[in-house]
Design a protein around this ligand. Structure first.
Ligand code: HEC
Ligand code: HEC
Length: 429
């Protein structure tokens, strides 16, 4: 919070766009700066954090899939629209794309509609040994960039940048499916304290499935925060994810990620980087974060007697222990995000998923731990699980291992009618 600004309060943001004022805008981020807010005194969550029945529903918070949160004021709507435009901007080599990258725009992966997922996967690699996990950063890991800008001429010297490949040293290779970004402002607005309390509650009441927060460093404050974004909950804020993705997906440097991605880990070839200066002043990163903060949650699909019954089965067989139906946000500078109950069907904690884990270590997550995948908007997804291996929700359930094995076997033993009800419920999310 607290990005300095000189040009006026939130109410005049819309006019900033018109006037082209250079001053920094106030951050919409609700993320506590860290420190004291991470500490909670008791084990109490608001009583309704874990129940979904009495809380106001997400429906009141959505407009359409891909639309802004309901209840934004005109200035916030203007930021949403400007952010969405920037999110769709195609970068060019002249202004900083690459040298290695995955795509030239956020929307190439996060689309249908804008902010969703096209089902694009990307590759991570590394080397697991008895001594631990080596992300092979010196060889371009752990994230592979599968595109490059090709031939460049600097003075009279020519060089050809080529896409990265998984090096022979790697013995772990994992695909990661693009996740949809709907409703993430709500996820960011949940306090660290609430997620830590949820983890304690699981440890007390459902120790067999208890989750672990991925405690990671927030850039630039250095505060240790509860990570919540990404398949491993490896990133604590939308602003940080924006800068990270701008660098690692598109090859754009920005103030918090000033160092260019090394092609296959090789620093020397950066002598041929056609855009060596900082590629973004931080403005674009903020606009991506604005868009995602204000992007509404997926509207709930049609409900029926069958889907309601399926929701009960979901709770009874233990799915809801990890796929927490309801969370409540803390304070936020955006009133549409403040103190809201919403239904992500995730605890945003890490769980040991046995063989389903992808073998990659990020932050405090081990190779076997994955973040509980939020189930909201499930009906609009092209594929399931971190690598997209499951084509149906049912196939995804049957892959649950480790702490998810018990719920999986209870699912497998359900009579056909209850199983169908559960699947109808999942399709209604
Ligand atoms: C090449 C495809 C690709 C591009 C381009 C891309 N992303 Fe992503 N995005 C992904 C994938 C894959 C994941 C899951 C990553 C993981 O967990 O390792 C992801 C995850 C995210 C998440 C976390 C969502 C969640 O569910 O927690 C955010 C936020 C995000 N991307 C923002 C952006 C922004 C902003 C841009 C543009 C600067 C961008 N992405 C560009 C593929 C892409
Ligand atoms: C121990 C915690 C835990 C329990 C219990 C659990 N899940 Fe999951 N679930 C996860 C995690 C973690 C993932 C992500 C795994 C991955 O992609 O590697 C996931 C993924 C999913 C997915 C895929 C979502 C997507 O976007 O790809 C579905 C569907 C799902 N779970 C449904 C269920 C159902 C139904 C139950 C009850 C039978 C259940 N889960 C029980 C932790 C759990």
């Amino acid at each position: 919070m607290g990005v300095p600004f000189r040009c006026g309060a939130l109410a005049v943001i819309a006019s900033l766009f018109l006037l082209g004022c250079e001053a920094r805008r106030p951050s919409l981020s609700t993320a506590p700066a860290g420190g004291s807010e991470v500490v909670v005194s008791g084990d109490t969550l608001p009583a309704d954090v874990m129940s979904s029945d009495d809380a106001p529903s997400t429906e009141g918070l959505s407009t359409t899939l891909g639309g802004p949160l309901a209840g934004l004021d005109p200035a916030e709507l203007a930021r949403f629209t400007a952010g969405r435009d920037e999110f769709q901007d195609q970068e060019t080599v002249e202004n900083g794309l690459g040298p290695v990258f995955n795509e030239a725009s956020c929307v190439t992966c996060h689309d249908s509609p804008v902010g969703g997922t096209t089902g694009r996967t990307e590759t991570r690699f590394g080397r697991g040994t008895l001594m631990g996990f080596d992300p092979l950063a010196r060889l371009g890991g752990s994230l592979l960039q599968d595109h490059a800008i090709g031939g460049v001429t600097i003075g009279d010297r020519k060089f050809v940048f080529v896409p990265e490949v998984v090096p022979p040293e790697a013995n772990v290779k994992a695909l990661r499916l693009t996740t949809p970004l709907f409703g993430l402002g709500l996820v960011e607005a949940v306090t660290d304290a609430a997620l830590l309390a949820l983890a304690r509650q699981q440890a007390r009441y459902a120790p067999a499935i208890r989750g672990t927060p991925n405690m990671v460093q927030e850039i630039p404050t250095g505060a240790i925060r509860v990570g919540r974004f990404g398949w491993k909950a490896q990133v604590p804020t939308l602003h940080q994810f924006s800068g990270d993705a701008y660098l690692n997906e598109i090859g754009f440097t920005s103030p918090e990620f000033p160092d260019e991605n090394l092609p296959q880990g090789n620093r020397e070839v950066l002598a041929f980087n056609p855009a060596p200066a900082l590629n973004d002043s931080g403005e674009n990163v903020e606009e991506f974060a604005d868009f995602m903060t204000l992007l509404g949650p997926p509207p709930r699909g049609p409900r029926s007697y069958l889907t309601e019954l399926g929701g009960q089965v979901f709770r009874q067989i233990g799915c809801a222990s990890c796929h927490t139906p309801t969370l409540i946000t803390g304070d936020s500078p955006v009133s549409a995000l403040a103190r809201r109950a919403f239904h992500p069907y995730s605890d945003f904690l890490l769980h040991n998923m046995g063989m389903l884990g992808d073998g990659i270590v990020q932050g405090q997550s081990t190779g076997r731990q994955m973040r509980t995948a939020p189930l909201w908007g499930l009906r609009a997804r092209p594929a399931f699980l971190h690598d997209g291996r499951a084509r149906t929700p049912e196939a995804a359930i049957l892959e649950h291992g480790g702490q998810g094995s018990y719920a999986r076997s209870r699912y497998a033993r359900l009579p056909p009618f209850a199983r169908n009800a559960l699947l109808a419920f999942l399709r209604s999310l």
